[in-house]
Each structure stands twice: as structure tokens, then as C-alpha cells.
Design a protein around this ligand. Structure first.
Ligand code: ZN
Length: 130
């Protein structure tokens, strides 16, 4: 593995954007095979080429900035997935409500009957059945 270290020294290497490009390329290859579209298969090589170019690039600052922009573009998706995971994890024990005044989401325990909920942000009180 010393030869790989020598080749990759001073080069950017892999990151989230390169991984996404490789996954996209693989998906395009599979779709091209399945749908028998040779042009789509050629397009997948373009994405592999871009991913390899980024990995072997010596302009680390520029590649980091590209990856940062890519991650910022995808951050709402990551946030949504994280929220969905945490909500589905405690869906049996907690219930979520929106404050009618400031619209923030409030988490309250399930199975407590009709309770008076006080918003911690604006102190609005409303009654809900849990
Ligand atoms: Zn509120």
C-alpha cells in the first residue's frame, strides 16, 4: 500500500461529492443496461471521469470548496432525514404539535390524556389530546 500513498500524496482524495458522482455513474450504468440506452452508458463515464479528476487533483482548496458547496446544497435533505429518523424513533412515546402562534414544533409525551401545552418560546398555551 506504500505505492498508493506515494501516488496520492499531495492529491485531494475522495469526498462526499466524488462518492455521489460515483454512485450516480453506477446508477446511470445500470439504467443504461436495463433500458438499453448506450448514450446514457457513455454519460456515466463522464461522471466517473469527473470523480477521478477530483480525487487526483492537486488543487485541494478548489476541490474542498466544491465539496463544501455540494454539502451545503444537500444539507436540507440531511436535516429532513435526521428529523424523520428522530421522529420515527420516538413516535411511540412522544407526539409532536405546532405552536399556533410561532409555529415551532413541540414534543410532548404520549398517553397523558388532554394536557395544557405551554410554548417555551412565546408562552402561548393550548390544549391537546396526547
Ligand atoms: Zn410559540
Amino acid at each position: 500500500m506504500n505505492w498508493l500513498k506515494k501516488i496520492m500524496s499531495g492529491r485531494y482524495g475522495g469526498d462526499q461529492l466524488s462518492l455521489a458522482l460515483l454512485i450516480l455513474s453506477t446508477l446511470l450504468t445500470l439504467i443504461a443496461q436495463w433500458a438499453r440506452l448506450p448514450l446514457l452508458g457513455l454519460l456515466s463515464y463522464v461522471f466517473i471521469g469527473i470523480a477521478l479528476y477530483r480525487m487526483f487533483s492537486r488543487d485541494i482548496g478548489k476541490r474542498s470548496m466544491e465539496n463544501y458547496k455540494f454539502c451545503m446544497l444537500l444539507s436540507p435533505v440531511y436535516d429532513w432525514i435526521r428529523k424523520f429518523q428522530s421522529r420515527s424513533k420516538d413516535a411511540k412515546t412522544h407526539k409532536y404539535f405546532k405552536c399556533p402562534t410561532c409555529n415551532i414544533k413541540l414534543r410532548v409525551p404520549r398517553g397523558k390524556g388532554k394536557i395544557l401545552i405551554t410554548c417555551p418560546k412565546c408562552n402561548t398555551q393550548f390544549t391537546k389530546r396526547t
